[in-house]
Design a protein around this ligand. Structure first.
Ligand code: ADP
Length: 501
């Protein structure tokens, strides 16, 4: 059977090859989930989804069976640049790894030097298109993600290659503020002009105006030219149209509002499964949730805090970055301590995270201020994060913006109740205790320590009523955050878009 839909998925990173951030999870999981959906009852594939990533030096080549697939050159102002493509499979899905001089074997996946990354990712984006041509494989959909692969979408508009004339383009928007600033010169060297220059030379082409400052930056150019834009949550898709979240592009994005939608990311429900998680002292399910208490006792002992089931345990597991609002936590903890009588309404807190040194220092200081209550682990520690999700009562997520967020979904799956700012994907996945019947957590509106503290006080009050708290946990644990659910929404979108062409 010939697959009815061909999708080329482009990303700068993907699990299991390389993961630096959440994009790696999405690019590893979504194509696989689409493939799983597309295998029909006879085992035939209805869609053919292929993933293409750069062959970063950090990818352990000995872990994969890599076959040479194609060699070609990518035109550049200084002369053609040679590209080599290796092919492998993950669960029978084809994966293409592109290498060439701009993708240095001894360089990290991302550099702090924008010219290095601009050169690398523009080369990669154009090589991915050239690969499809070289294979004679015409994708129905090119799904590029974030600024790194945005040049592929822009290039299709600029070059108008007949090979791709029926291909629709989808831009996955995972974090708007990362626009790819500084990539203009590299794009120019690869034959991708600023939008204004292109429209001047092609008077038949009418594009709604990008702000002048954005007209040679890859993400805005793909926002301008993609057939469709998918933000990683329905709320974030609306928020980016406002000055608070629009990174200066909100007026322009409003002109594209009809082509913007939001689809949540899923979580890997096999990896994040309290029933089988090998990192826990006691595995549990929604039916055996009282067993969870052993994990709380274990994590408190591990951190040298008093193991007392009556004391609520707050936790935080996060990058220490202003985006995440970690800096609001110290003041919020001080506020809930001055409001509540210490003996009356005790609490404990464990914070795991690493990032901006000043935020790390402020968080560490809490251990001095609250020696009996607060412990911190300033590092990235995945097994520890599992133990904390399984042991803590509530997870603090005071993000200033949150395109989707995974930690709230993981927390709910583990019976750890999220206390989150009502923004982006947090709004779409957490149902506030006060407002919904099937509530799963606590939401607050402003990114201030006062609002966070008020939500924590609400949580403390509910924690004092164990039945109510238990129903919050059970509601959270019964949510479906599997990739299958969200991959179905992507498939519907691809089908709608390709039917229109
Ligand atoms: P973002 O991708 O913006 O950092 P998400 O909520 O989407 O935020 O995903 C964060 C992921 O990283 C979650 O799986 C969380 O458990 C994990 N994480 C964050 N900080 C740490 C840490 N210090 N140690 C272990 N895991 C962490």
């Amino acid at each position: 059977m010939t697959p009815s839909l061909k999708i080329l998925f482009l990303a700068a990173e993907a699990v299991p090859f390389i993961k630096v951030g959440g994009l790696g999870d999405v690019a590893g999981s979504l194509p696989q989930a689409l493939r799983a959906l597309s295998v029909d009852h006879n085992g035939d594939e209805c869609i053919d989804v292929r993933l293409v990533i750069p062959f970063h030096g950090a990818i352990q080549r000995q872990d994969y069976v890599l076959r040479p697939l194609a060699n070609f050159t990518v035109p550049h102002a200084s002369g053609p640049i040679y590209a080599e493509v290796l092919e492998t499979e993950v669960n029978d899905m084809r994966v293409y790894l592109i290498s060439g001089p701009p993708i240095h074997k001894d360089a990290p996946a991302y550099s702090t030097d924008t010219s290095v990354d601009g050169f690398k990712f523009t080369f990669f984006s154009l090589a991915a298109l050239e690969l499809a041509r070289n294979l004679g494989w015409v994708p129905d959909v090119i799904h590029a993600n974030d600024w790194h692969t945005a040049p592929a979408i822009y290039a299709l508009s600029v070059n108008r290659d007949p090979f791709f004339k029926n291909t629709v383009t989808v831009l996955g928007l995972h974090n708007l503020p990362y626009l790819g600033v500084g990539t203009g010169p590299a794009m120019g060297d690869f034959g991708l002009p600023p939008a204004s220059e292109f429209t001047r030379m092609n008077s038949d082409h009418t594009w709604s105006e990008l702000p002048q400052w954005a007209d040679h930056i890859p993400l805005p150019l793909a926002l301008l030219t993609a057939d469709h834009i998918v933000a990683t949550s329905p709320t974030y898709a609306k928020e980016i149209l406002t000055p608070e979240f629009g990174s200066g592009l909100e007026d322009f994005l409003r002109t594209r509002a009809d082509s913007i939608s939001g689809i949540l990311n899923g979580i890997d429900t096999h990896h994040w499964d309290p029933k089988r998680d090998p990192h826990l002292v006691a595995n549990y399910t929604i039916d055996t949730i009282p067993t969870r208490a052993a994990n709380k006792e274990a994590i408190l002992r591990e951190f040298g805090l008093k193991p007392d089931p009556h004391i609520p345990l707050f936790a935080m597991i996060s990058r220490m970055d202003p985006q995440k609002g970690v800096d609001l936590v110290p003041d919020a903890l001080r506020q809930i301590s001055s409001v509540s009588e210490p003996d009356d309404q005790p609490w404990q807190t464990i914070i795991l995270g690493t990032g901006v040194p000043t935020i790390e220092t402020a968080v560490r200081r809490l251990e001095v201020d609250f020696p009996d209550r607060v412990r911190t682990a300033i590092r990235f520690d995945s097994p520890l994060s599992h133990r904390i999700y399984a042991g803590a009562d509530a997870l603090l997520i005071p993000s200033r913006y949150e395109p989707c967020g995974l930690s709230q979904m993981i927390a709910m799956r583990y019976g750890c109740v999220p206390i989150a700012r009502a923004t982006g994907g947090l709004s779409d996945t957490v149902q506030d205790h006060a407002q919904r019947e099937c509530s799963t957590g606590f939401l607050f509106s402003d990114a201030t320590s006062e609002d966070l503290a008020a939500a924590m006080l609400r949580a403390l009050a509910v924690y004092a009523e164990p039945e109510k708290w238990r129903s919050l946990q059970l509601n959270g644990m019964s949510q479906d955050f599997s990739w299958e659910r969200f991959a179905r929404q992507y498939l519907d979108l691809y089908q709608n878009l390709t039917e229109k062409t």
